[in-house]
Design a protein around this ligand. Structure first.
Ligand SMILES: Nc1ncnc2c1ncn2[C@@H]1O[C@H](COP(=O)(O)OP(=O)(O)OP(=O)(O)O)[C@@H](O)[C@H]1O
Length: 317
C-alpha cells in the first residue's frame, strides 16, 4: 500500500484584530490509498480549515502537501485544474454557496461546465444521469430544487456533485451531522460502497467520534489546531491515550445494560487559539495536568507501535 496523501508541518494562521489565530498549527499525517482518515475534535479546533487547506480552498501559511508522491503545496494553474478534478470536498450544507434557483440536474452538472469536461450535450446529460443513478437519486428529481427534497437526498446531491468529476480523494466535512440517525446510516453506507467501488480515499471530518468509528481506518484527534492523538481506529476506541480523547469517548453512550462508562466532563478554561503559549494547550482542562504541562508543549510521539499521542504523561494515566 502506498502513501497517497501526506501533509507535513501544515499551518494556517489567520490575522485577526487581536493577533494571529493559529487555526492549524503544524499538522503531520499520511493517508494510504483507498483508506479513510477520520478527523475529530470539538467545534473550532481547526478540522474544516485543515480540510480546506488540503483541497486548496485556503492559502497555506506554512508546511507542505504531497499527493501521490508529488509536492502540491503551491501548484501552478495548469496543475491546479487537474487537482480540482482529483480532489473534491463534500460539505454539511453545500447549498449555502449554491444558487437556490438551480435544479438538481444543474447543480450536479455545474462542475463539468466549470472545468469544461464534456464533449457535447448528450455526453453532459449522460454523465449526470449516470452519477445520479450511482448515488441513488431518482430521475424524477432531475428538475427539482434542493429545498424541495429531504436532507438525505440533498446530501446525495452533494455527493453526486463531487463524484461527477471522478475524483480520487474527497474531504468529507461533517457530511451527515445535520441528518437523522437512520438517514446518517444510509449516507455512510453509500459513501462506503462508493469508496470500495471507486477506490476512493477519504478524509472524514466530524465532531462526533461515533460517526467515524465504523468508516475510518485511522483517526486523528485535533485540539486547538494540533493533532493530539493519531492511531488506528480500533486502538483509539480500545485504549485512548490522550486525556482529551478519553473525555470525547466517554461522551458516547454505550448500548448495553451491562457496561457503563464514567462520563468525563471537561471543566476549566479553553485556551485561546490566538497567539497560543508554548505549553500543553489542553492543560487548562486536563485533570492530570502537572507543572510540566504549563511549561512545555508536548510533541506528538509514538507511545505504542503505530499509536501517537501528544501528552507528557500518556504512559502514566
Ligand atoms: N476565514 C477565517 N478567518 C479567521 N478565523 C477563521 C477563519 N476560518 C476559521 N477561523 C477560525 O479558525 C479556527 C478553526 O476553525 P474551523 O472552522 O477550522 O474549526 P472546526 O473544528 O472545523 O469547527 P466547526 O466544526 O465549528 O466548523 C476557529 O477559531 C475559527 O474561528
Amino acid at each position: 500500500m502506498s502513501t497517497f496523501l501526506e501533509v507535513s508541518n501544515l499551518k494556517k494562521h489567520f490575522k485577526t484584530p487581536k493577533g494571529l489565530l493559529h487555526a492549524v498549527d503544524g499538522v503531520n499525517f499520511k493517508i494510504d490509498e483507498g483508506k479513510t482518515l477520520g478527523v475529530v475534535g470539538e467545534s473550532g479546533c481547526g478540522k474544516s480549515t485543515l480540510g480546506r487547506l488540503i483541497v486548496h480552498l485556503h492559502e497555506i501559511t506554512d508546511g507542505k502537501i504531497f499527493f501521490e508522491g508529488r509536492d502540491i503545496t503551491n501548484p501552478p494553474p495548469k496543475e491546479m485544474k487537474i487537482l480540482r478534478k482529483k480532489m473534491q470536498m463534500i460539505f454539511q450544507d453545500p447549498y449555502s454557496s449554491i444558487d437556490p434557483r438551480m435544479t438538481v440536474f444543474e447543480i450536479i452538472g455545474e462542475p463539468l461546465k466549470i472545468l469544461n469536461l464534456y464533449s457535447n450535450k448528450e455526453d453532459y446529460n449522460k454523465q449526470i444521469d449516470q452519477i445520479m443513478d450511482i448515488v441513488g437519486l431518482a430521475k424524477r428529481v432531475r428538475g427539482a430544487y434542493p429545498h424541495e427534497l429531504d436532507g438525505g437526498r440533498r446530501q446525495r446531491i452533494g455527493i453526486a456533485r463531487a463524484l461527477v468529476l471522478n475524483p480520487q480523494f474527497i474531504v468529507c466535512d461533517e457530511p451527515v451531522s445535520a441528518l437523522d440517525v437512520s438517514i446518517q446510516a444510509q449516507i455512510l453506507n453509500l459513501m462506503q460502497d462508493l469508496q470500495r467501488d471507486r477506490n476512493l480515499t477519504y478524509m472524514f471530518i466530524t465532531h462526533d467520534l461515533s460517526v467515524v468509528k465504523h468508516i475510518s481506518d485511522n483517526i486523528a484527534v485535533m485540539y486547538l489546531g494540533l493533532i493530539v492523538e493519531f492511531c488506528e481506529t480500533k486502538a483509539l476506541f480500545k485504549a485512548p491515550a490522550h486525556p482529551y480523547t478519553r473525555a470525547l469517548l466517554s461522551a458516547i453512550p454505550i448500548p448495553s445494560v451491562h457496561e457503563r462508562r464514567k462520563r468525563i466532563i471537561l471543566k476549566g478554561e479553553i485556551s485561546s487559539p490566538i497567539n497560543p503559549a508554548e505549553c500543553c494547550r489542553f492543560a487548562g482542562r486536563c485533570i492530570y495536568a502537572k507543572e510540566r504541562c504549563q511549561q512545555e508543549a508536548p510533541q506528538l510521539r509514538e507511545v505504542t507501535p503505530g499509536h501517537f499521542c501528544a501528552c507528557h504523561f500518556a504512559e502514566e494515566i
